[in-house]
Write a protein that binds this ligand. Structure first.
Ligand code: LMR
Length: 320
């Protein structure tokens, strides 16, 4: 597609970046990807184009990483929960339930040496990690309130492909079922699974409120992303173009972090107005009991990724 340049003339982009993701446009990730497109196209005067493919239009959870490794797309931003399946289980530390008190605690990892070490590990897969950004804290949904560990008994809960999240669901008494994000709403509607977890922006924009009668505001875990590109593609860019793209991306990630909370708040408001789904808050005692039930998951992760990573994690989270 021909793009208008700063002077109003149009010409075909010399380079087109393909950015594939699985969520709706009105989510922190969708808005960040669209912001990135605008910045890159404006600043390059239309010489570099960005084609964004939202909603798993092009690739879903099962194949987006492979598509990136093969060069079929240039940028993806999977949730941190989805890196274990490509041989980087240490990313699943972000999935530990009740790990983060708030987003400042997340920043102690993502902006520090541990975050850098995690991103550098992507080179083992021929990938380059360009940065982290937030969606926010996850809530639990089903066709019943989920306020106590006992409420999960026998439920089939859709999870992302993360052993830590699966272990969390088992610790709560549920049966985890790994499904791609794009299949989740349909599976909930068909009764293939009974419930799921996600920040409200994802819940709302996938219209999960039409198929789930109860949303419990558990805030039990974090959902964030890493933006990843292919090493070969990245190294072949001209240094100036690489710098322009990276700058635009870092600004888009900062923008996403600024708006993520608001997006989730607005989605919650819209959900309340829709009136389809009962919204429950947990008492401090209920939250404590849930936290207690999932504590063993931490030791399980230590077995999978080793004490070294756990030590790094503890150090990163230490308040200074
Ligand atoms: C999910 O699969 O539930 C999320 O990772 C989707 C996303 O990318 O926010």
């Amino acid at each position: 597609m021909a793009l208008p340049t700063a002077t109003g003339a149009t010409h075909r982009p010399e380079i087109t970046l393909r950015f594939s993701h699985v969520v709706a446009e009105e989510t922190p990730k969708g808005l960040a990807a669209n912001r990135f497109k605008v910045l890159v196209e404006q600043r390059s005067g239309g010489r570099i184009g960005v084609q964004v493919y939202p909603n798993a239009q092009l690739y879903g959870d099962h194949d987006e990483m492979q598509a990136l490794q093969l060069g079929a797309v240039d940028l993806v931003a999977p949730s941190l929960s989805k890196f274990g399946r490509i041989g980087l289980p240490e990313f699943e530390m972000f999935d530990l339930p009740f790990l983060f008190d708030d987003l400042n605690a997340v920043r102690r990892i993502t902006l520090g040496p541990l975050g850098q070490k995690l991103l550098q590990g992507l080179s083992r897969q021929g990938l380059v990690g360009l940065g982290f950004f937030d969606n926010g804290f996850k809530q639990m949904s089903a066709n019943r309130p989920l306020l106590e560990p006992g409420d999960f008994a026998g439920l089939r809960m859709r999870v992302q492909a993360s052993r830590v999240i699966a272990a969390q669901m088992r610790a709560l008494g549920a049966r985890p079922v790994t499904l791609a994000f794009s299949e989740t709403r349909r599976a909930l509607a068909a009764g293939v699974v009974d419930g799921t977890e996600n920040p409200v922006s994802n819940f709302w924009t996938q219209a999960m409120h039409e198929v789930q009668s109860d949303l419990s505001l558990t805030e039990h875990g974090y959902l964030g992303y890493a933006v990843v590109t292919n090493q070969r593609f990245w190294q072949h860019l001209q240094a100036d173009d690489r710098a322009l793209i990276n700058q635009a991306l870092q600004e888009s990630l900062a923008f996403a972090n600024q708006i993520a909370d608001t997006q989730n708040d607005q989605a919650l408001l819209a959900l309340r107005q829709a009136g389809t789904t009962r919204i429950h808050s947990l008492s401090a005692a209920q939250r404590r009991r849930m936290h207690q039930a999932v504590k063993p998951v931490q030791q399980q992760l230590a077995r999978w990724i080793g004490e070294r990573w756990m030590g790094d994690l503890k150090l990163a989270l230490r308040k200074v």
